[in-house]
Write a protein that binds this ligand. Structure first.
Ligand SMILES: Cc1cc2nc3c(=O)[nH]c(=O)nc-3n(C[C@H](O)[C@H](O)[C@H](O)COP(=O)(O)OP(=O)(O)OC[C@H]3O[C@@H](n4cnc5c(N)ncnc54)[C@H](O)[C@@H]3O)c2cc1C
Length: 440
């Protein structure tokens, strides 16, 4: 079937939908294609035993400006709860607690400094290293991260700044693994610095945490589809691109694996690198980006018969499981008991485990950090494994990320993994989608 659109957007995740919405908003006739039966890419939800389960808990930040712009455009901004307080609670074995609480009356980044000074598990002597950290971060306030810093892992960068291993374990490591989805021993310092400066050096609002009050799909997929379709665009699921059509040095459209041909004035690909490289592509699009590798995330959702935590989320220290989220509170679910979602990021080891083993480990860690969990009865549990969750941001990879909107005549790269100046997150996805749309 021949189709002709102004723009064909490959991929219906945050990048593709934000790009298509921006283009449709400018009056362009847009066609979105996705190989899956549902929209949302790596951020979606589904139902399991009466529970709405995200494919993995997603944390947003106040500094997700491009994401917020996208949600405003489709009218679902109010489904994102942006919390006023900047507070992170940590739990460790025996139920011991610590808290990062950044006073609301202090401007950024002083509020973070005050919060860090208040951590109980880090000595005053260890905290003096914050001066060097502050200076280093401010010296990298904007622009590209210098190659000599990008060549370092998060661990090497922090250790070089005199941050003790204990301080790293109690604050920097949980933050780094949450943001970068890989161990600080593997991940490049570049993405960590990009995120920290965005969160803490661009005003207090930027450092606020935000979570969806609904399942991820309800946050954006249907509203984005409606926005596009009511403006004359089309969104087609179960359509897998297999090759780009190139004629006269210009990309003219795509062919699917079922040999359907879709033509368009321009093609924007938001496919992750590991999917895009499988397509038949013009030689000029091939490049070092094809060697970018994914990092997995493993998550589990538990519905239990009684409440065991009162916080929105907890960082778990010195455990295999990194974070636990209180879905009942976050989504204001009217239910007896409680629904918890746990996350293991950078889960290279755990991705091959059976769901039973993942649940056992998560229950062990929850019992250790939240002793009340031991007496709770698990009513429903669901494990989700995402082997291709995000880019594994190792040193040297920044230069391999093509800039969003670049490519060749008739074709642009986009997606969270493109070089947006941010780690590969939802915000990077939306920034890339908007950048590609603006350049069309
Ligand atoms: C479990 C988990 C937890 C996460 N937690 C966070 C978090 O807390 N905060 C945060 O900011 N980010 C988080 N992320 C990352 C975030 O989900 C991604 O950065 C974002 O969703 C990427 O969006 P995207 O549109 O760039 O890519 P995708 O969502 O991957 O979209 C690409 C789309 O392309 C489609 N596609 C692939 N190949 C083809 C083909 N040949 N033809 C047609 N379509 C194709 C796919 O089906 C997909 O829908 C997490 C990711 C996971 C998996």
């Amino acid at each position: 079937m021949a189709e002709k659109a102004d723009a064909l957007v490959l991929g219906g995740g945050f990048a593709g939908l934000s790009c298509a919405v921006a283009l449709a908003g400018k009056g362009k006739k847009v066609l979105v294609l996705d190989k899956k039966p549902h929209l949302g890419g790596r951020a979606y939800s589904f139902e399991e035993g009466g529970l709405e389960v995200d494919n993995g808990q997603h944390l947003f930040m106040g500094c997700y400006w491009e994401t917020r712009k996208f949600l405003k455009a489709i009218g679902t901004h109010d489904r994102l709860d942006i919390y006023h307080d900047v507070v992170v609670d940590y739990a460790e074995a025996g139920g011991k607690r610590d808290r990062l609480s950044c006073p609301s009356w202090l401007p950024a980044p002083l509020h973070l400094a005050a919060g860090l000074l208040g951590l109980k598990g880090v000595s005053l002597k260890e905290k003096t290293a914050l001066l060097g950290f502050d200076l280093a971060l401010k010296s990298l306030k904007s622009g590209p991260i210098p190659p000599e810093v990008e060549a370092l892992t998060v661990r090497q960068w922090l250790t070089g700044l005199g941050i003790s291993r204990n301080f790293q374990t109690r604050f920097f490591d949980p933050a780094a693994i949450g943001i970068l989805n890989d161990s600080p021993d593997i991940a490049s310092a570049a993405g960590f610095i990009q995120a920290l400066r965005q969160m803490f050096l661009t005003g207090r609002e930027s450092s606020r945490f935000a979570l969806a009050k609904t399942g991820l799909s309800a946050l954006y997929t249907d509203a984005a589809r409606d926005f596009i379709e009511t403006r004359g665009g089309r969104v087609i699921s179960n359509a897998k691109a297999a090759s780009l059509i190139e004629e006269g040095g210009r990309v003219r459209g795509i062919k699917t694996d079922m040999d359907s041909r879709f033509e368009a004035g321009h093609v924007v690909s938001t496919l992750p690198p590991w999917d895009l490289k499988k397509l038949v592509l013009p030689a000029s699009l091939r490049g070092p980006w094809e060697t970018l590798k994914p990092a997995p995330i493993v998550g589990a959702t538990f519905k239990i018969d009684k409440p065991v935590m009162s916080e929105r989320f907890l960082g778990m220290l010195n455990t295999e499981t990194h974070w636990v989220f209180n879905k009942t509170l976050i989504q204001n679910i009217k239910e007896p008991g409680q629904t918890l979602a746990v996350v293991i990021s950078g889960a290279h080891k755990q991705i091959g485990w059976s769901p039973e083993k993942i649940l056992d480990v998560a229950k062990r860690d929850l019992t250790s950090c939240i002793p009340e969990f031991a007496s709770a009865k698990v009513l429903i549990s669901k494990v989700v494994k995402e082997p291709f969750a995000t880019l594994s941001p190792v040193p040297g990879d920044e230069a391999k990320r093509p800039e969003p909107g670049t490519g060749m005549p008739g074709f642009s790269f986009a997606g969270d993994w493109t070089r947006t100046g941010l780690p590969a997150t939802i915000e990077s996805a939306c920034a890339s989608g908007h950048a590609a749309a603006a350049l069309l």
